[in-house]
Design a protein around this ligand. Sequence first.
Ligand SMILES: C[S@@+](CC[C@H](N)C(=O)[O-])C[C@H]1O[C@@H](n2cnc3c(N)ncnc32)[C@H](O)[C@@H]1O
Length: 283
Amino acid sequence: MLIKENLQTKLADLEKTYVDFCLEQFGSWKDFALATRRIYKGEAVDEADVPASYLHEFRMLREVLKMEATGKFDWTNPVLKESFSHFVTSDYYKIWGATITEISLRISQISGVKTLVEIGAGKGNLTEIMITRLDKAGMTIPLIVTDVSPAVLENIGKLKNRFQHMPVETMPWDIKKQPPAELVQMIQHPCLLYERASIMYSNIASIENMAAMADIVVLGDMFNYTGELDAYDDIAKKIGGEPLFYSQIRPLMEKCFRDHFMFDLRAQEALGYPSTTILIGWR
Ligand SMILES: C[S@@+](CC[C@H](N)C(=O)[O-])C[C@H]1O[C@@H](n2cnc3c(N)ncnc32)[C@H](O)[C@@H]1O
């Protein structure tokens, strides 16, 4: 049985590395918030006034506003594409992915996890980190990779070809709905479900659908811990990013799981930053 204090001790080194990084990454969040408030009001902002760790996100949000002004969203817009691709190759995105997967693997070893499930896999960025780590550690836990869009699962097909010796399956799953019967049948318990940046594009209620199948969850998303919203949240909403309020998540976690905690709460507390980024829960 997982006990919070024991788990926190086992993850302490990871927590220190990740929180130290977050303190740098999000340290100037107030300057970033100010810059986004200004562009939201239509003011020009010099990029020199934007904290370096937020520059790509700032450029992306500014482009979203520009496109909104023209009344036309274009996902192939080169600035938007450039900012997105910078974001996914940024040091923060890398450490976020590495931490989510390492936490998942350590808990898998502690609890004898028999099935891993990834949701909202998209282009397979997080999946690749997971498969590479499983392979390196000589772990052969079956991994089922899911997304709402069957098309994006084709990317995972390429990964499967690269790692043919690994037990990896793909399956469509819209997490706004209960897991499909075919998926449930493939699960052996304990099952650990992990993700990054997909709940914010679906909804908080999907946690109940995850709990229908998973015994343990490691969720990497922008969770709004304090309830405070700022201009960057309003701009993110325009491209489908919904704030995930912990005040709404907490009762669901308490209903569906025995215990949970925010892995990086220390960074939130130190900075007064509204968000936390990794939630761990278990039965
Ligand atoms: C920003 S991408 C994240 C990709 C990947 N998790 C990563 O970290 O590299 C968001 C993903 O969430 C998926 N998504 C959005 N709504 C979903 C839903 N209702 N059910 C499952 N996946 C969903 C999208 O298809 C997309 O692939």
